[in-house]
Design a protein around this ligand. Structure first.
Ligand code: NAX
Length: 328
């Protein structure tokens, strides 16, 4: 019998937590033959909501779920976890300064980094979802030196999936036949959704769509602004698609990407494609044996270079602000 995998979800009492926990329990992250133990963390004021989620998970009678534990202490929650999905954070509210929001997240991610480093499994895999996702992941990496750099990632798979979805709708092709789009950079509106290396039923996206104005314009802004469009439509931000993307991200990382396919992940840059080393930047990656590797050698045209630099510049600015908050 397989040993259960321990998955921690922080911010579990929130919207994404409510969508994510049942997806993990049904096997969306590790398959239908892998037992799971859930560690659900939230803050003290969310304790009752967290208990409600635990009760519903018990009531789900999920065959794969071997245990559900709730916590308001991050050190206890981190004990022996194999995967940590960091959804909890401090969201920016109307009228708040960027710096104040950054400073709150820096202190959250700094303390959660040490808790993880001290208590989690030695090869814990971390995916940061909470915004600013790339910079929260960078702070986590800076403050958890005992966790290997390559084990700390942030989620840009939702943006990647959104790009696949747009090309699928535009070409009336099933989404499974759309491959190898790329999200470069920050999980923010400066991200660059790149179709130049992608395909639809094996043909280049640019030859199938043949509307460069749409590909270079509306397609990009639709993907960049999709989060805002969901908020406008639902009155709430994306939750089930975010949860699905988390499962896709971890599943591909652990079990490997299908041959000939890459996905987008925010990872600590090693300088690939001229990006400053140390930034958490979204790249095209292939995974095998539980490790990711940046896809190398893709030809980058001038327009793409420019967009990749723009989103990098925003990440540099966020990092500098975060490091300034950390030093204060
Ligand atoms: P919610 O506000 O519904 O839930 C967040 C939860 O985090 C709350 O229950 C809160 O009590 C908890 N929390 C706050 N500080 C905490 C701490 N220090 N420790 C543990 N828990 C803490 O937000 P939700 O809609 O679930 O979104 C969560 C985060 O994901 C937000 O930061 C959001 O911006 C971000 N997103 C990121 C996406 C991505 O693709 N990377 C897409 C979806 C989402 O917008």
């Amino acid at each position: 019998k397989r040993k259960a995998i321990r998955v921690m979800i922080t911010g579990a009492a929130g919207q994404i937590g409510y969508a994510l926990a049942p997806q993990v329990a049904t096997g969306a992250m590790f398959g239908s033959d892998q037992p799971i133990i859930l560690h659900l963390l939230d803050v003290e004021p969310a304790k009752n909501a967290l208990e409600g989620l635990r009760m519903e998970l018990v009531d789900g009678a999920y065959p794969l779920l071997q245990g559900v534990f709730t916590f308001t202490d991050v050190a206890a929650a981190s004990k022996d976890v194999d995967v940590a999905v960091m959804v909890g954070g401090y969201p920016r509210k109307a009228g708040e300064e960027r710096k104040d929001v950054m400073s709150k997240n820096v202190s959250i991610y700094k303390s959660q980094a040490s808790a993880l480093a001290e208590n989690a499994s030695k090869d814990v895999k971390v995916v940061v979802v909470a915004n600013p996702a790339n910079t929260n992941a960078l702070i986590l990496a800076e403050n958890a030196p005992s966790i290997p750099r390559e084990n700390i990632t942030c989620l840009t798979r939702l943006d990647h999936n959104r790009a696949l979805g747009q090309i699928s709708e535009r070409t009336t092709t099933h989404v499974s036949a759309v491959k190898n789009v790329i999200i470069w950079g920050n999980h923010s509106s400066t991200q660059y959704p790149d179709v130049n290396h992608g395909s639809v039923v094996g043909k280049p996206i640019r030859s199938v769509v043949s509307d460069d104005a749409w590909l270079n314009g509306e397609f990009i802004t639709t993907v960049q602004q999709r989060g805002a469009a969901i908020i406008k439509a639902r009155g709430l931000s994306s939750a089930l698609s975010a949860a699905n993307a988390v499962c896709n991200h971890v599943r591909d990382w652990v079990r490997g990407t299908p041959a000939g396919t890459w996905v987008s992940m925010g990872v600590v840059s090693d300088g690939s494609y001229g990006v400053q080393p140390g930034l958490v930047y979204s790249y095209p990656v292939v995974c095998s044996g539980g490790k990711w590797r940046v896809v190398q050698g893709l030809p980058i045209d001038d327009a793409s270079k420019e967009r990749m630099r723009t989103t990098e510049a925003e990440l540099v600015e966020e990092r500098d602000l975060a490091l300034q908050c950390l030093a204060e």
